[in-house]
Design a protein around this ligand. Structure first.
Ligand SMILES: Cc1cc2nc3c(=O)[nH]c(=O)nc-3n(C[C@H](O)[C@H](O)[C@H](O)COP(=O)(O)OP(=O)(O)OC[C@H]3O[C@@H](n4cnc5c(N)ncnc54)[C@H](O)[C@@H]3O)c2cc1C
Length: 370
């Protein structure tokens, strides 16, 4: 399949239907011939993935089929395996060669924080099964004290306070990264109040051999010789960027030493005028959906201006070290730019509803539909 716009409108191909990609695709749907490509059947609102682990009635509202996203454009369930300039080769053998190409292929993260099943029925069944596994476990081991590990501990304690939860990390403190120390102190204070045990500055000799999120007796040993026993464990570290389709193509060299795609202020891939990249794979900012959303506005605005010849080109401005870490629906802390966020602020922004309805509505789902 060779694709050129059949509608007379310029063509835009968006690779990846995560937070950034769906926003670009939707915003340009009225002005371009948009094709959204993703190997999975639907968008995953993974911000609410950990809440759905403890509250499985939410599962139907976080896995959202792409078929109702675009009015004019189309969704193609396929995977980019090679990109050469604006030419995209798909796993199916198809080829797309649009006027504008947007790389928004994001990252994967260990289940249940992200779920890479390609069909939604299987993805949802896996999530519900993980809930059942957790429900039958009394002792939980979380390996990784970053925002995902802390959030997971908070969810489990909020919904099942009797479970024993221990978090381990090689780092000496929780939440490594560009954050103020008061935030770490406050999160540790709340975790202690919830009864979460922290084993920081310890290295495990090896990870459990049992797959994560599966109930089975586990015994791990730290390099100091201490033993930790649990009934289930979760891996909450190990982000992997999806840019392997650049290997061997003309854009292979645009990645920096950490693997991020280098973009300019207008979110164009280094050296390109009509290839853009955004979200977790771009080197523009931290790997957060909020940044992907803002970058999507810049990319869509710039492509629209190129297509219509109207409007100024937009430039992306970095967020500061902003973060919200819920610990259950009513707890948590964060940094919103002017000091520590209270549990009430975090709860209002994210913790209470995990932004579920906002995303379900984007995909044409009514508030009571599931
Ligand atoms: C548990 C958890 C909670 C989080 N909470 C927050 C939060 O509260 N606030 C916040 O701002 N951020 C949060 N994040 C981070 C946020 O989820 C990511 O930053 C965000 O998903 C990045 O969006 P993206 O559009 O770059 O890519 P992604 O959302 O990773 O989507 C990428 C898409 O590309 C597709 N894809 C991959 N390879 C290919 C290919 N070769 N061809 C075509 N398509 C491909 C994938 O299937 C996927 O659908 C959280 C993350 C986790 C794990």
């Amino acid at each position: 399949m060779t694709d050129t716009a059949s509608t007379g409108r310029p063509s835009v191909v968006v690779l990846g239907g995560g937070y950034g990609g769906v926003s670009v695709a939707k915003t340009l749907d009225d002005v371009a011939d948009v094709t959204l490509v993703d190997p999975t059947e639907g968008f995953v609102h993974n911000i609410a993935a950990l809440r759905s682990l403890v509250q499985p009635d939410l599962v139907d509202r976080i896995y959202l089929p792409y078929d109702r996203l675009l009015v004019h454009g189309r969704f193609v369930q396929d995977r980019a395996v090679r990109v050469h300039g604006r030419r995209v080769e798909l796993e199916s053998g198809g080829v797309l060669e649009p006027d504008y190409l947007v790389l928004a292929t994001g990252s994967s993260y260990p289940f249940p924080a992200k779920n890479d099943e390609s069909d939604l029925a299987t993805a949802k069944a896996r999530h519900r099964a993980a809930h059942e596994e957790l429900a039958r476990a009394a002792r939980v081991l979380i390996v990784g004290a970053g925002p995902t590990g802390l959030e997971l501990a908070g969810e489990i304690k909020a919904f099942a306070p009797d479970k024993h939860v221990v978090i381990t990390d090689v780092a000496d403190d929780v939440l490594s990264g560009p954050f103020v120390q008061e935030l770490r102190d406050e999160l540790r204070r709340q975790l202690a109040e919830l009864g979460v045990e922290l084993r920081l500055g310890v290295k495990l000799r090896e990870l459990p051999s049992t797959p994560p999120a599966t109930r089975e007796a586990i015994r791990v040993t730290t390099t100091d010789g201490d033993e930790i026993a649990a009934d289930i464990w979760y891996r909450t570290f190990g982000v992997k960027l999806h840019t392997e389709y650049l290997d061997g193509g003309s854009l292979a060299g645009v990645r920096d030493e950490r693997g991020y795609v280098r973009v300019d202020a207008r979110m164009r891939v280094e050296g390109e005028t009509r290839v853009f990249a955004l979200g977790d794979i771009a080197n523009a900012d931290r790997d957060v959906a909020a940044a992907a959303g803002r970058q999507a506005e810049v990319v869509a605005g710039n492509i629209r201006a190129l297509i219509t010849g109207e409007g100024e080109s937009l430039e992306y401005a970095r967020f500061g070290p902003l973060i919200a870490v819920p610990l259950g629906p009513e707890g948590g802390s964060g940094f919103f730019g002017d000091g520590l966020a209270t549990p009430e602020m975090v709860s209002q922004l994210k913790g209470r509803d995990m932004m579920v309805d906002r995303h379900a509505t984007l995909f044409g789902m009514s508030p009571d539909e599931a």
